[in-house]
Design a protein around this ligand. Structure first.
Ligand code: NAP
Ligand code: MG
Length: 495
């Protein structure tokens, strides 16, 4: 049953929201009792006063995680017992999906249709997917001489810290926690200060499912909380998703402390190449628009650079502009809304800054204005620029907002060179009806994911997700994610 705007609004008014940290299996205030207000980008309302964890709280969480790990209460459980707990957790997430989706929408301004249809169900699926992997991934027996027996096994790292952003707060947190826990690690999770709420509720549900105290801790806070985790000498691994600028710092903290394992999923400026033989221009235009306007463009994979062949450029742009109209921003609690808010006012100002700068050097074809300011919400129109060249910030830098920059090409080699001329390499797309051209182009694009005649298509957990170049290292999702949270051990027995 689809709830109406009024129904969601009244549920929102009744929602009980927890803002304390989750440490050692219980909600707890920060040691010095400090909090920060967590506000909704929908109307500026304060949703909760959230514990502001600092170094002493991080210490508490890390020592609880360490104790849990060393005790074997989680790590040494039989595989089927760990699987059972994680499957129960996934089930509880499904049972509470409306509440979690509402929390996520209030905290981030994402459309309720997306949080109920994508974020929360995908998070539950991710948990159950890694739960199912626990008793199916095996070690190896190495080829050796007859006098030796060589075992190659995977062991948990110990304490994993996860520091995550605000664009998919629940889902990205689960992308880290599920595989790390599946491998037997203990986890300390730091959500973004802009979206801390769903992580706290998820941890409570994990506890209810049977996860022992200390196996999963959540320490809300600011950048200094993340820094304390990344610098901590008793943390074995830091799994980070966020900006390339902060990722650089994280690598530095690890280098300066204990050389903990560092996994970085960072920014992007992903190109979409539309060749003159692009099949189904309407479908392509709708997909191109979705690739950059979904989640208000706050997507690491946002297909924010459109490279279109000059023979079809005019026709294709017209279709993209029509498709963009479906993303007119509106109240995220309405089930009809396809584009909601940006995360906060500073993000709106950042995006408007790029738009104002862009107007000086490129042709604004649509959008560019704040919307619905009277609501107190953070809205921007879907925005499209026609750009003469690619050397302006609009085209080169990650905006993290609903802004599409269009470039024209006439030679495919040039287009591929422009597509690859970026420090980022997270995703890319190529549109062509010719199988060989599409494959050859996909091979030449320097990106962790290349979509052909589609965008953001995925079979949920089956593909590794991550970046080339300054978009990061390591991969979330798929069995490859387990490699990040385990050490390989060789055990050699002389017979
Ligand atoms: P961000 O500013 O880099 O923050 C990410 C996380 O790091 C937040 O929890 C943040 O806490 C924390 N943090 C900030 N400064 C820190 C420091 N000095 N040490 C340790 N932690 C620190 O990124 P964001 O603005 O939240 O998210 C947007 C970025 O994430 C974009 O660049 C986007 O491309 C990227 N992203 C990448 C992927 C991917 O898989 N490749 C997926 C989604 C998003 P506070 O928020 O409390 O400051
Ligand atoms: Mg918020």
């Amino acid at each position: 049953m689809t709830l109406t705007l009024d129904a969601w609004t009244s549920r929102a008014a009744q929602l009980q929201i927890e803002g304390r940290a989750w440490i050692d299996g219980a909600f707890t205030h920060a040691a010095d009792a400090s909090t920060f207000p967590c506000t909704s980008p929908i109307d500026g309302r304060t949703l909760a006063h959230v514990a502001r964890c600092q170094a002493v709280d991080v210490e508490h969480a890390v020592s609880s995680a360490r104790q849990c790990f060393e005790s074997g209460a989680w790590a040494n459980l039989e595989p089927r017992a760990r699987k059972h707990v994680l499957l129960r957790w996934a089930e509880l997430v499904r049972e509470h999906s409306e509440e979690l989706a509402l929390l996520e929408t209030l905290d981030t301004g994402k459309p309720i249709t997306d949080t109920t249809g994508v974020d929360i169900p995908s998070a539950a699926y991710c948990i159950s997917w890694f739960a199912e992997a626990i008793d199916k991934v095996q070690g190896e027996v190495a080829p050796t001489s007859r006098q030796l027996l060589g075992l190659v096994t995977r062991e948990p790292l110990g304490v994993v810290a996860a520091v995550v952003p605000w664009n998919f707060p629940a889902l990205i947190a689960i992308w880290k926690c599920a595989p790390a826990l599946a491998c037997g690690n203990s986890v300390v999770l730091k959500p973004s200060e802009k979206s801390p709420l769903s992580a706290l509720r998820l941890a409570q549900l994990a506890h209810e499912a049977g996860l022992p105290p200390g196996a999963l801790n959540v320490v809300p806070g600011f950048g200094d909380t993340g820094q304390a985790l990344a610098s901590h000498v008793d943390v074995d691994c830091i799994a980070f998703t966020g900006s390339t600028a902060v990722g650089r710092k994280i690598a530095g903290y690890a280098a300066q402390s204990n050389l903990k394992r560092v996994w970085l999923e960072l920014g992007g400026k992903s190109p979409q190449l539309v060749l003159p033989d692009c099949p189904d221009l309407d479908y392509a235009a709708q997909t191109v628009a979705r690739a950059v306007f979904y989640n208000t463009g706050q997507m690491c994979t946002a297909g924010s650079r459109l490279l279109v062949h000059r023979d079809i450029k005019r026709d294709f742009i017209e279709r993209v502009l029509v498709a963009a109209q479906a993303y007119s921003p509106a109240n995220p609690l309405s089930p009809e809304t396809r584009m909601g808010c940006l995360i906060d006012q500073s993000q709106v100002e950042r995006v408007i800054g790029y738009v104002d700068e862009g107007r000086k050097h490129a042709r604004l074809l649509a959008g560019g204005r704040r919307m619905l300011a009277e609501s107190g919400g953070q809205y921007i129109e879907p925005t499209v620029f026609d750009c003469a060249h690619d050397d302006m910030p609009l085209v080169r830098e990650e905006i993290f907002g609903p802004v599409l920059s269009i470039l024209e090409f006439h030679d495919l080699d040039d287009a591929i060179a422009v597509a690859n001329r970026s420090p980022y390499g997270l995703a890319a797309a190529v549109w062509s009806a010719d199988l060989s051209t599409a494959h050859q182009t996909a091979r030449r694009l320097r990106a962790g994911t290349v979509w052909v005649n589609c965008y953001e298509e995925t079979d949920d957990m089956n593909f590794p997700f991550g970046g080339f170049k300054e978009s990061g290292n390591g991969r979330d999702n798929s069995l490859h994610a387990l490699e990040k949270y385990t050490e390989l051990k060789s055990t050699i027995v002389k017979l």
